[in-house]
Design a protein around this ligand. Structure first.
Ligand code: A2P
Length: 271
C-alpha cells in the first residue's frame, strides 16, 4: 500500500451528505399548501429564519433536494417546514404525499439572511411575506430573541385567497397562547393578513398597502422610519423587488450577515 492510499469505504463517506429524518406530522391547509414536521438531529444547529436543503431520493437512488425555509424556531426539538404542492413539481409532487414514519432528506448546512444578525438594532420589526414566504417568519416570531430585540413585531401575510392565510393565523395565535412565548409576545406581536383575489377584512397587495399608507393607518403606527424600523422580506422575486424599492424610498438600507443594516430579503422557495 502506498502512503496516500485510502480504504475504499472511507472514500465514500461524504461528511456533507444529507441525513435521513423521520416525518412526525403532516397537515394540509389547502389543496396547494401543507406543513410537515421532521425529527431534528441533535447536531443540527441553525438560526431562526434560515433555510436548508431538504428532499427525497429519486427512483434512480440519487437525492433530489430543494431549499426550504425552516419554519420552526431554533429552540424546537423538531423541524417544521411549510410547502406548496405543485402537481408536476419534481419534488413537491412527491413530497405532498409523505406520511408520518416516512423519511425525508435533510441537508447539513442551514444558511440565510432573514436573521437577527443581519439587522442593526431597532424598535419595530416588520416581516413582510406573501404565499409560502411566511415560512421563515413562522420561525422568527417563535424565537424569544425577537422579543428581546424589538418592542413591536408586525408580520404581514398576503395571499390570493383567504384559506391560504390559515397557516400564519394559526402560528401567530399559537405563539400568543404559548405558555412561555405568549408572555414575551403579548402586546408586541401583531399579524396583518390581506387577500388580493377574494373578499377579506384587508384587501390588496402589501406594496399598495405600504404606498397608500393604509397599512400604517390600520395598525396605528407611524410611517416607515429608518431610525426605528427594521424589515425582513420574503416572497416571490417580483414581490421582493417591489417591497425593496419601497424600503429604499423610505430611507432604509439593505443588510446582510457580513454587513448588518435596516432591511433584509430572501426569495420564498418553491419546491
Ligand atoms: P396578486 O393576486 O395581485 O397577484 P403568488 O401566489 O403569485 O406568489 O402571489 C402571492 C400573493 O403575492 C398574491 O396575493 C399576489 O397578489 C401577491 N403579489 C404578487 N406579486 C407581487 C408583487 N410584485 N408585489 C406585491 N405583492 C405581490
Amino acid at each position: 500500500m502506498t502512503a496516500d492510499a485510502t480504504p475504499v469505504a472511507a472514500k465514500k463517506v461524504n461528511p456533507n451528505a444529507p441525513t435521513e429524518e423521520t416525518v412526525l406530522e403532516v397537515k394540509h391547509y389547502t389543496d396547494r399548501l401543507f406543513r410537515f414536521r421532521l425529527t431534528r438531529p441533535s447536531t443540527f444547529r441553525f438560526r431562526s429564519g434560515e433555510f436548508v436543503m431538504i428532499g427525497l431520493y429519486k427512483d434512480d437512488g440519487r437525492p433530489l433536494l430543494r431549499a426550504y425555509s425552516i419554519a420552526s424556531p431554533s429552540w424546537d426539538e423538531e423541524l417544521e417546514f411549510y410547502s406548496i404542492k405543485v402537481a408536476d413539481g419534481p419534488l413537491t409532487s412527491r413530497l405532498q404525499a409523505i406520511q408520518p414514519g416516512d423519511k425525508v432528506l435533510l441537508g447539513k448546512k442551514p444558511t440565510g439572511t432573514l436573521v437577527h444578525d443581519a439587522l442593526v438594532p431597532g424598535k419595530r420589526l416588520y416581516c413582510f411575506s406573501t404565499g409560502t414566504g411566511f415560512a421563515p417568519f413562522a420561525s422568527v416570531v417563535r424565537d424569544p430573541e425577537t422579543y428581546e430585540k424589538f418592542d413591536e413585531v408586525i408580520v404581514t401575510h398576503t395571499c390570493r385567497e383567504a384559506a391560504e392565510l390559515d397557516y400564519s393565523k394559526e402560528i401567530v395565535e399559537e405563539t400568543l397562547n404559548h405558555e412561555f412565548l405568549g408572555e414575551l409576545a403579548e402586546g408586541k406581536l401583531r399579524r396583518y393578513g390581506s387577500c388580493t383575489r377574494e373578499a377579506y377584512e384587508n384587501k390588496g397587495r402589501i406594496t399598495d398597502l405600504i404606498e397608500s399608507g393604509k397599512l400604517f393607518e390600520d395598525l396605528g403606527v407611524p410611517p416607515l422610519n429608518p431610525e426605528t424600523d427594521r424589515v425582513m422580506i420574503c416572497g416571490s422575486m417580483e414581490m421582493i423587488q417591489d417591497v425593496k424599492d419601497l424600503m429604499i424610498k423610505a430611507g432604509l438600507t439593505e443588510g446582510s450577515n457580513a454587513s448588518p443594516a435596516e432591511f433584509v430579503i430572501e426569495k420564498a422557495f418553491a419546491g
